[in-house]
Design a protein around this ligand. Structure first.
Ligand SMILES: [Zn+2]
Ligand SMILES: [Zn+2]
Length: 256
């Protein structure tokens, strides 16, 4: 299995040390993950020690392959998505994720009440607009947790989530991006993969490449729910997924 969505720094509460990263690798080894993509949130990029990462990667602990990714917050008003100070050439892939709707951090437990103050279809509509813009910005390789807006279990009323996302999937295909199947949603109130199986089936119809990730924010979460993500991909028809090295996509068999 590969787990392409792993946060060693979580939300800044951990330090980027060899011992800490080795714990992720040890946990991955125990659960059968053979390739880990560490993708810190871009707000913590200054805490990533690139030399240390490369040294750990070259050590080859348990023969697990390590990739260096980044999870970038996409917002409509962010002028400089990837600051020049970020050595993007060093990164294997960049995940573009939408965590904010016009300044509202909808996936944060402290801001959940924002769903009560807005019309749910307006929320889905605006979320989709932002996703659409992110898919066309040409800065990402992978679209992160594409239906994250369902995190607390809110569903649109006027049309299905799939109907909202369909134009976005077409844009993703057009721009040659991959979409991740992220098992982090299984640990949230919604209790589902991001995205749901209906969306994964549509992705397969559009021949959109997939990666898989757990969104682990702790060593013990590595690989969590990934088997379900693999099954979902297979049920939709996928026999291949993709990996990335230095921003180049490679198609590999979906092995699990
Ligand atoms: Zn995220
Ligand atoms: Zn994440």
């Amino acid at each position: 299995m590969l787990d392409y969505h792993v946060h060693a720094l979580a939300h800044g509460e951990y330090s980027y040390t060899r011992d800490w990263i080795d714990r992720y690798i040890d946990c991955a080894h125990q659960v059968g993950v053979e390739e880990i993509g560490f993708c810190e949130h871009d707000e913590f990029i200054h805490l990533i020690d690139l030399d240390l990462f490369k040294s750990i990667r070259d050590t080859g602990r348990h023969n697990i392959k390590l990739k260096l990714g980044l999870e970038l917050d996409f917002t409509m008003d962010r002028e400089e998505l990837i600051p020049e100070s970020i050595p993007t050439a060093e990164y294997d892939y960049i995940i573009g994720s939408v965590h904010f709707i016009d300044g509202w951090g909808f996936d944060h437990p402290d801001h959940k009440s924002g769903y009560d103050d807005r019309d749910i279809d307006e929320i889905y509509h605006r979320y989709t607009e932002i996703l659409m813009a992110s898919s066309a910005c040409r800065q990402f390789d992978i679209v992160g947790h594409i239906d994250l807006v369902k995190i607390w279990g809110h569903r649109p009323r006027r049309k299905s989530v799939l109907a909202y996302l369909d134009p976005v999937l077409k844009s993703i295909k057009y721009h040659g991006l991959a979409v991740e199947i992220n098992s982090g949603g299984l640990r949230k109130p919604v209790g589902e993969l991001y995205p749901s199986s209906a969306i994964v089936e549509r992705m397969y119809d559009y021949d959109i490449p997939v990666t898989l990730g757990s969104d682990a924010h702790h060593p013990e979460q590595i690989g969590s729910g990934l088997i379900e993500a693999y099954r979902c991909a297979r049920r939709a028809g996928y026999q291949r997924c993709v990996t990335f090295s230095r921003r180049v996509m490679t198609v590999v068999p979906l092995q699990y």
